[in-house]
Design a protein around this ligand. Sequence first.
Ligand SMILES: [Zn+2]
Length: 80
Amino acid sequence: MADGVLVGGRYGRMVVLGYSLVHHRWHCRCDCGTESHRTYHSLITTAEPMCIACYREVARKRGWGDYRVMPAIGIVTDRV
Ligand SMILES: [Zn+2]
């Protein structure tokens, strides 16, 4: 298990609910209610971790390409 992630802690729009031994990732819930699993690395290195639904919303508002900046929010290899 990665060190440094606090259960209940907030990373961008995500709150950490616990560690998933099945996914080997942190189980997080976005402010919009969507739950997904994130790597420790993605939580601490991304400017604003959020779920895919929120990403698409932000990307559209900011005029980003659909998947161009996915790594910027920590969605790289996630199963959501
Ligand atoms: Zn969301």
